[in-house]
Design a protein around this ligand. Sequence first.
Ligand SMILES: [Zn+2]
Ligand SMILES: [Zn+2]
Length: 330
Amino acid sequence: MSDLIRLQPEGLVGPGNRFHIDAWGKAAVNLITHAHGDHARAGSTEYWCAEPCAQILRHRLGSDVHIRAVPYRERVRLDDCWISFHPAGHILGSAQIRVEQGSRVWVVTGDYKRDPDPTCEPFEAVPCDTMITEATFGLPIYRWASTRSVTAQIVNWWQRCKEEGVTALLFCYALGKAQRVLAELTHFTQEEVLLHGAVASLTHIYREQGVPMVPTRLVSDGEGPTEGRLVLAPPSAHRSPWMKRFRSVSTAFASGWMAVRGIRRRRGYHRGFVLSDHADWQGLLSTVEESRASRLLVTHGSSDILARYLREVKGMKADALTTHFGEGEG
Ligand SMILES: [Zn+2]
Ligand SMILES: [Zn+2]
């Protein structure tokens, strides 16, 4: 029997080429796991996504795109397949996509994490025969500390910046990570945080969807003194002309990649906080187990290593799948 979902030059494709999943080329019907740039690309005729993803997708792809927003867990018919979106716990609106045809069930996880995140619905295990899983942090060295303890480290660093009279400039992905930090901060403070424009527009969408976060304000062009303030900005703003408005800064980066020794120094950040929106090694393994899948296709990151581990240690049917996900993300 041929595979329900196959890899084609333009992306993952369903039976009869009727739909794609997170296509990197043009597609007629493009099912989207979430709105990060490596998964949601422009050029498709029609986009389907989980309901809370729709507004972010529109913000990213433009107001004229055709979007069908499907509530989590609702089954939608597409030819001879049933399609449904299930929470992936990665960012607001992120979904695993379940495809059922006859007696076969495949799940494409997209990006996911198992740690609690107040900005989105928690990950749900979806039983299936075959799972296409991500493996961004698919190495045993990746083990995440609790979000609360990492947030406490951020708050301590911010406090030190106040004492030293410098601006605390925290770089993090504008979609998802920034809002997660702003939501986690509510456990420690209600002090206003300043935002780079790219972070501000997405934070506005999260607020509209009822995600509780600390008060925020856009950093203006004629901003007064910012010493002692916390500012959130995307990594692309690091060492850009935008930074010239701040007199003396302490810079930090919040990302799972900060677990890798040397990356922080190479990228020139003063501090690194290990905060990831992906599953760690143990999270990947328990997800594979909970899915009860008999076959695994591993993509997005350390796919060869996780696939080999599943084969050789767990005795599972597992292969790596080469896709374009995970480029410039983490
Ligand atoms: Zn992502
Ligand atoms: Zn990704």
